[in-house]
Design a protein around this ligand. Structure first.
Ligand code: MF3
Ligand code: CO
Ligand code: CO
Length: 275
């Protein structure tokens, strides 16, 4: 046994942490703030909106709620949220880009409240979107739900990945390999890694009290990604559209609890067009 096995505080450990009731309360509060932030951003996602303005609203919202944006100054990142349009897979940096009719964007927000992290992202449509864009968003959301539905004590990380991958590939889409979900709690990116592909029964077993994200990135084309020279923005190599949803979840005695539900029915924001 190492010191890290005993000290279960705010350091990344190689083993996944198991948490008690007070930690659940902390995660509910952090998750609620992150989810409410995404609710507040929903009406701002319009043609002509500047992504940096959306970032500022998110920052103010989080600070006004007594929380802190986990991404701000995280490993040199200088914004509150990630905004990833179209073929951007993840970690798009808000800037002077104006949203255009037909864009699809992911907004990813992480808030720290009383030391606990709430990490969640959703897809939004800008104006009217194409049928293939809506299909990708639908497939991605459903894949996240299937992954979360595999969460229960005794299941493995591979069960989650398999539930996601088998569904996504049956829909003739692909699962990004280079980014994964992660343990979280008092640490932003902790063990275990939650791969969104895998085989049933493989990987670490889940125990009640573990917290982690499920955040599949799904491409209409091939799964390969490349990193742009800003060191953050990941895009699909084949320029195909990419989508992502993310919830923060716990393993409970009977299954799972989702910490980042919208209280306004916006877990999957309504899309215009594409039917
Ligand atoms: N929120 C992202 C995740 O789901 C991490 C973003 S890190 C940042 O893990 F620095 F790019 F913001
Ligand atoms: Co995450
Ligand atoms: Co996130």
């Amino acid at each position: 046994m190492s010191d890290l096995d005993v000290y279960q505080g705010a350091v990344r450990t190689s083993n996944a942490k198991v948490h008690g009731p007070e930690a659940f309360e902390g995660m509910r509060k952090a998750g609620r703030i992150a989810a409410e932030c995404l609710d507040v951003l929903y009406p701002l996602v319009q043609p002509g909106a500047i992504t940096d303005d959306i970032d500022k609203v998110a920052r103010e919202f989080i600070l006004d709620h007594g929380a802190y944006p986990a991404c701000l100054f995280y490993r040199g990142y200088a914004k509150t949220v990630c905004i990833s349009p179209n073929h951007v897979v993840c970690h798009g940096i808000p800037g002077q880009r104006a949203l255009r009719d037909g864009d699809i964007i992911n907004i990813d927000v992480t808030a720290i409240a009383d030391g606990w992290h709430g990490d969640t992202s959703r897809m939004y449509g800008v104006g009217e979107i194409a049928p293939r864009a809506r299909r990708l968003i639908d497939v991605t959301y459903e894949s996240m739900l299937r992954g979360i539905n595999a969460v229960r004590p005794g299941a493995t990380v591979g069960d989650i990945g398999h539930a996601i991958q088998s569904y996504v590939e049956a829909q003739r889409c692909s699962v990004v390999r280079d980014f994964c979900g992660h343990g979280l709690g008092q640490v932003f990116h902790d063990s275990p890694n939650i791969l969104h592909f895998g085989r049933p029964g493989e990987g670490p077993a889940l125990k009640a009290g573990m917290f982690f994200t499920v955040e599949p990135m799904v491409n209409l084309g091939k799964y390969q990604v490349k990193l742009l020279s800003d060191g953050w923005t990941a895009v699909t190599r084949d320029k195909s559209l990419s989508a992502q949803f993310e919830h923060s979840v716990a393993v409970t005695e009977t299954g799972f609890e989702i910490f980042t539900h919208s209280l306004n029915g916006l877990d999957k924001p309504p899309l215009i067009g594409g039917v």
